[in-house]
Design a protein around this ligand. Sequence first.
Ligand code: NAD
Length: 705
Amino acid sequence: MTKLIRLTTDADIGVIVIDNPPVNALTHPAVPDGIAAAIRRVEDDPALAAAVVIGHGKTFISGADLNEFEEITSGNHPVPDILPLLRGIEDCTKPVVMAVHGAALGGGLEVAMAGHYRVAVADAQFGQTEVRLGIMPGASGTQRLPRLVGLAKAAEMCAEGTIVRAAEALKLGLIDRVVDGDLLAGAIAFAREVAGRPTRTTRERTDKLGAPDQHAAIFAAAREAARKKQRGLTAPLLAIDAIEAGTRLSFDEACQLERDLFRQCLFSDGSKALIHVFFGERTVAKVPDVPATTPVLPVGCAGVVGAGMMGGGIAMVFANAGIPVVVKDIDQAALDRGMAALQRGYATAVKRGRTSQADADARLALIKPTLRYEDFADVDFVVEAVVEDMDLKTRVFRDLDATCRKGAILATNTSSLDLDRIAAATRRPESVIGTHFFSPANVMRLLEVVRGKATGKEVVATTMKLAKRLGKIGVLVGNCRGFVGNRMFDQYRREAQRLVEEGAAIEQVDRAMVDFGMPMGPLAVGDLIGLDVLYHGRNDLREAEARRGQPPPLEDRLYGLKRLGQKSGAGWYTYDDDRRATSDPDLAALVRKWAAEAGVVQRPVSADEIVERCVYALVNEGARILDDGYASRASDIDVLFINGYGFPAYRGGPMWYAQTIGLPKVHARIREFHQAYGPAWQPAPLLTRLADAGRTFTGRDVGAH
Ligand code: NAD
């Protein structure tokens, strides 16, 4: 045994405690070896009649130790194999009772299923969640789970990473009892009940595997669901293959096949990308010059100025986190509209079963509408979400500065205005910060936190911590135009429009990017945001661009034709009353005419070129942003794009994706584009340096994994 595993006894019951903080991961070889040794001691000790396996601290076994993954995939570590451990547990002649609290996920569930019985507290979670990291169960999960819960449910759990709680697990047959009160006491009592009974092994059970004539339909449905919900990932389909193989092969043969498929997933680009994202989402909270010891200010109540689309959503975000919030608008009618929208939002959440009526009522009760700034006197954190206008915003900040108590943080939800100018309207620029929520604010996970020149470290630390409390992923960025997300996204959308001008069909551009994995094409996104909003958002750039001889994007012309996107029934596409898009041949003809006027010779454009140019436009701008210090790490940019813009996680984000292609190759293409299409494609100096030196973005990350 190792010191991570303890064996104690309670009269005739051996209690095996896993103590590998923080989450009792299956660290190799200490944890599996320790459990195996403890099981052998229970077997050999005539005084013991059964064993209980339980996790110390807040959880059972939460899964594999992800810190080992990079070593494994780079070939420095063999792929761990816990099958012998599981066989050892199952072959113990005395009953082994797995006692689960917290989580039994991935390898943790595989260990739990090797026990003869499972008991759990009500909020315990069970899942084969490997698929979230682009892998699949690798130690009999695809074989033991179907034997306990049936093929269809097992296929869903393995392919989609669904988590079930104890009550459902009991119904499914995954566990044998839900323990009220103390888990260890309940598990020991259960072990005494079953002690002396012959043990039954999961692997020998076949009663849940169903009749062979039902199998084809079950697996066809599972594959269809996986293709739809898990686009671009092979792991879900391979997990289903392994489960299906289990209906034909012996248990051991199927485990061997599962292991081969698991290895295939483990070494795939998709898995490496998802593991990069997993660590990226943990690293993003660390700000290089704001140590973890920086004091954070308490946020007990909040305020929101502007009860429009964003302000309303932001108020819900605070209320959903249990933070009381005052919401102000300019007059009663606007306030009533805002509150009505909030009520509709909660009613929909109740109707769709996302929340209970009682919870929705409690949350709504935390939101207090007001027309008076006086109600902001005691709030700790204010988010301004009035219309995008510098004069209006500076006025609002002056008013807030005059009303809010000293030390209260004043945040703006601006998507493009200069934070430092807004901060300068106050006498407390150190307390001013940007909190750029994404629409719909109560749904999207990203919060782009914008740091101004004067923003204090405590204010940064408080806002980053608040982001987490609000259920958001906060990414800290610097104050440049469009910040990081929109600054990059603008380049991407512009490139899409240039491709159309050069001869690509509108729907071809969108289709290529959807096939790449984006949730919508870049032109359809423009129609969704509103081409008027995008036009006005560029008001400050137009003159300077014209001076530089840079032609305006095509969407300016669409705006001129009052084709504003979905809201006006026409933009890049035409829309019916249900906002269903169809292509517009008249617009295609117009684009040809505009191209001819601009002297652009149209030509066929391939899907590969569309993807390269749109994605490399992101990469080049991202490299510029890193060089200028507006983002701390390439992985921060990746996390931002995945959570705010729907960049496919299995490609790891734009910067990671560029590395998988190879920075020298990406750089060479960008140089070709530069020659062909001019200054917009000037290679970012950082990209040139890294490509020339054979280095990667990740290698220069601060605190890189
Ligand atoms: P909106 O027009 O829906 O809402 C603005 C609200 O502010 C209106 O209800 C208006 O009555 C109110 N308002 C105006 N002046 C006010 C004042 N002096 N005091 C109090 N309330 C006042 O606009 P929106 O789409 O919610 O955008 C708000 C902000 O969020 C803008 O800065 C915008 O750039 C930013 N933003 C918008 C999105 C988006 O997708 N819409 C995304 C991110 C950020």
